[in-house]
Design a protein around this ligand. Sequence first.
Ligand SMILES: [Zn+2]
Length: 269
Amino acid sequence: MLGVWRNRPIIMTSIIVLSLVSFDTRYAAWSRGNVRTAPKTVHSKCDRSKFKLILDVGHTAEAPGARSARNLREFDFNLRLAKHIEDKLKAEGFAQTSLLVTEGPKRPSLFKRAKTINDSKADLALSIHHDSVPDSFLEEWEFEGTKSHFSDRFSGYSLFVSQDNPKFWASLRFARLLGNRMKEQGLQYARQYALPVMGRYRRKLLDKKVGVYRYDQLIVLSRTRVPAVLFEAGSIINRDEELAMASTERQDMIGAAVVDAVKEFCPSR
Ligand SMILES: [Zn+2]
């Protein structure tokens, strides 16, 4: 008995220490591993026909998100790219890929899409967006006779995951796979989210090699109970990148990156 009691403070200390191991420490330990060889279920195989993937089209026709440098709606960019990715995934045998197009005003639409994703019991939800900048960075120019806004200061894609999502680690895994594939396509990620200049839009960079950020509050990530990643595919407020994002060539590159990442992620589900 005495021995047990003597050992007790040691055991309790261990428990306290273990519970104090922070997210950052756990993440750092995990991220030291190569993403290709890290958490891998070697015994499961990918059945592409059964893998349920939801491509969530960011924003709605009524609340279309950002406006591009040439006054086009983000929602239309999101819808076009999501359809492109859907076609590519289906062509590769991922038959249960579906587009989620939501209607209505912004905030209710976010809860609506989270509920739809949860009800679907999908293996993965990927929310497709195109990026802009905070208003304070906007500059004025005229495009086709209309006063417009742009910012050529930043460009690139970025990936966001929420630690409030119960499938955070799987979400992070997919985000890193996709970031790796985007990098292999020669695409750069948006560095600015880690910079102080972003103020309240600043995010913690979880993977500085491939551009995965932590953004806990995003409803489409935090209210979903399946692995979920928000993908800003590129900037449409940057005048050159807006043109690139509208091109079939860029959409092909992004589509190929998503397909390859899904192929790598699928066996773990
Ligand atoms: Zn958006």
